[in-house]
Ligand binder design. Structure first.
Ligand code: T5A
Length: 213
């Protein structure tokens, strides 16, 4: 028996974390063993790499060093957490995955997409999610929501949100293009709907996917 690997993707404040919790609750209520995880991070080792990425202490990684850190964390994450959980038939729901590297590091920061695709092959053996939800939202609304979430939670992560609107518009476009190129895996979700409407849409798509497996 093999499980199902679901990822939620999108720009800042699009509601990924909110929806992951709701989806996991629904799946657990209907008897599915579910694992929630996130990137960068998800395992002890990968969370240490997350620390390196989110807090620069005044220094900076070169773009290539940054990408290699994301893939080092991802390799640990899939080998020690994601694949073993899937092998036990669990549903793994991950907050961001390789599509975030494609969107942020390539569409946002300009790294060649071919380099990222080579690293997917080299470090992950081409491993991809079974199902990806791309939460699409107006950039200004997303940044406003993300800002509110940070001030409510008192987060001390400071690295990623501080980029200009043009960067976030490129990200949004990037996620949409990735979804259009991978229609068998990706579902675009209009994230300006209410939390409940989005949750229903996601749950329906997951049920449909499970009934087709
Ligand atoms: N990164 C990551 C890369 O550059 N490359 C990579 O390869 C990877 C994996 C990680 C950062 O790392 C970068 C991208 C990121 O900058 P993170 O910790 O994952 O950051 O944080 P974000 O994903 O950026 O978290 P966000 O702040 O964007 O939040 P979410 O999870 O999208 O949104 P959520 O659910 O926390 O909601 C935000 C607020 O909006 C409200 C919520 O209640 C909350 O207050 N909200 C809604 N309000 C109205 N209507 C709705 N439908 C709502 N849904 C949620």
């Amino acid at each position: 028996m093999t499980g199902l690997f679901i990822t939620l993707e999108g720009g800042e404040g699009t509601g990924k974390t909110t929806q992951i919790k709701l989806l996991a609750e629904k799946l657990q209520d209907s008897g599915h063993e579910t694992v929630i995880t996130r990137e960068p991070g998800g395992t002890d080792e990968a969370e240490k790499i997350r620390e390196l990425l989110v807090r620069r202490d005044g220094g900076d990684w070169t773009p290539m060093a940054e990408i290699l850190l994301f893939f080092a964390a991802r390799n640990m994450h899939i080998e020690t957490l994601i694949k073993p959980a899937l092998a036990e038939g669990k549903i793994v729901i991950c907050d961001r995955f390789t599509d975030s590297t494609r969107a942020y590091q390539s569409y946002g920061h300009g790294m060649e997409l071919d380099i990222i695709e080579s690293l997917v092959q080299l470090s992950l053996g081409g491993f991809e999610p079974d199902l990806t939800f791309m939460l699409d939202l107006d950039v200004e609304i997303g940044l406003e929501r993300a800002g509110k979430r940070l001030s409510d939670n008192g987060s001390n992560e400071d690295r990623f949100e501080q980029l200009d609107t043009g960067f976030h518009e490129r990200l949004r476009q990037g996620f949409l293009e990735i979804a259009q190129r991978n229609p068998e895996r990706c579902v675009i979700v209009e994230a300006s709907q209410t939390i409940e409407e989005i949750a229903e849409e996601i749950e329906r798509a997951v049920q449909e996917r499970m009934s087709n497996v």
